[in-house]
Ligand binder design. Structure first.
Ligand SMILES: Cc1cc2nc3c(=O)[nH]c(=O)nc-3n(C[C@H](O)[C@H](O)[C@H](O)COP(=O)(O)O)c2cc1C
Length: 359
């Protein structure tokens, strides 16, 4: 067993959080991770895309017909039911970037409303994770509830905003990570100890963490646990299409690239489609690669639309497959409970051996 602030605060077995992976559903994955003793997380963003022009992804692709409030209610009910036997603990994630603000207010409001009605949900839906925006304006709203609040940051500057907001813990997410990353690259080895030293709040490490070796490293860097996205894609229970899971398993350490995404840069697995996206971005909006915000060029949007639509067609080269550098270290597709057991055992072995290095 590895006990940290994170396991004690949430009453979970392992200091491992499943990263939100919107705009797609992570409901099944969330339940599997909660049942395996980690913190499962429901990704809310896809349930609110119709309220935001910043997320041009067809929500019906995953959630079917319905309103945002209905998607939220159905998802919470599903995870609650699937985790009833284990008593697993779970959370929700909502990006709070300016472009997504109307949708974010509706999503978070819907979660609070569902939770209000249901004492069982209050006991097990314990955590709200905000990301991709400024947490300070959310403090008043979130602090009216008894939810534990984490905010995701890509730099020490952003950690100071999370500090000011008064979050319970900071998730520091390095540039290695899958999907959205920051304009200015700060990788985990610099970011995590930097945030640990800059704040008195507990820090959770994200971006490149995928096994016991990296969990042990996160603890050595001063973190109280890890959040993993890419590793959890390649699991049996992940809700994603097989072409996506296989894309992660097949990727080597040099098989990701950074292209334009909904709120800024995103990390993709390298294939024909993501290379085309990067080539078009280089041609039409080269300032993007200097870390400058750019307008949405219609040709680039079309590649994105086609690339995401092709996921459904099981097209390994024509799909846009989001994933992090950790794909180079992921070679299997285990059940979540087996992954968690092996990850914790490996970390325990490494941590127990460390004192031998001290003369
Ligand atoms: C496909 C995908 C979608 C993601 N969507 C979200 C999201 O909706 N909200 C969020 O806060 N983070 C999102 N993330 C980031 C993850 O929650 C996590 O922090 C990140 O994957 C950690 O890095 P790793 O991929 O190296 O494990 C996403 C990551 C991936 C791979």
């Amino acid at each position: 067993m590895i006990k940290t602030w994170l396991t004690k605060k949430l009453g979970i077995k392992h200091p491992v959080i499943q990263g939100a992976m919107g705009p797609y559903s992570t409901n099944k994955l969330c339940a599997a991770v909660a049942n395996a003793g980690g913190l499962g997380v429901i990704s809310l963003i896809g349930m609110g895309v119709q309220h935001s022009e910043a997320t041009p992804v067809d929500p019906t692709l995953v959630f079917g017909p319905g309103t945002t409030e209905e998607y939220v209610a159905r998802s919470l009910e599903f995870v609650k039911k699937e985790t009833a036997a284990s008593g697993g603990v779970f959370g929700v994630n909502c990006p709070v970037s300016l472009e997504f603000m109307d949708a974010a207010k509706l999503l978070v409001g819907s979660v609070f409303a569902e939770r209000e009605k249901d004492p069982d949900l209050q006991k097990r839906l314990r955590v709200i994770i905000t990301s991709a925006g400024d947490p300070v304006p959310w403090a008043e709203h979130i602090r009216k509830t008894d939810m534990i609040w984490f905010h995701v940051v890509p730099s020490i500057y952003h950690a100071s905003r999370a500090d000011k907001a008064g979050v319970d813990a900071i998730i520091a997410s390095g540039h290695e990570g899958g999907a959205h990353i920051s304009w200015q690259p700060v990788h985990s080895m610099v970011l995590i100890p930097g945030v640990v030293e800059a704040t008195k709040r507990p820090v959770i490490a994200a971006g490149g963490f995928c096994d016991g070796r990296t969990l042990a490293a996160a603890l050595a860097l001063g973190a109280v646990g890890v959040q993993m996205g890419t590793r959890f894609i390649a699991t049996r229970e992940c809700d994603f299409w097989d072409v996506w899971k296989q894309g992660v398993v097949r990727g080597s350490d040099r098989d990701t690239l950074v292209g334009r995404g909904m709120f800024g840069p995103m990390r993709f697995i390298k294939n024909d489609m993501s290379e085309q996206l990067v080539d078009k971005t280089t041609e039409l909006v080269p300032e993007f690669f200097k870390g400058l915000p750019v307008d949405l060029a219609p040709e680039i949007l079309e590649i994105e639309k086609q690339g995401f639509a092709n996921l459904v067609n099981d097209d390994p080269q024509g799909s846009l497959i989001l994933g992090g550098e950790a794909c180079g270290r992921i070679k299997d597709m285990p059940a979540v409970c087996d992954l968690m057991d092996s990850l914790i055992s490996q970390a325990e072995i490494i941590l127990k051996a460390l004192p031998d290095f001290v003369a």
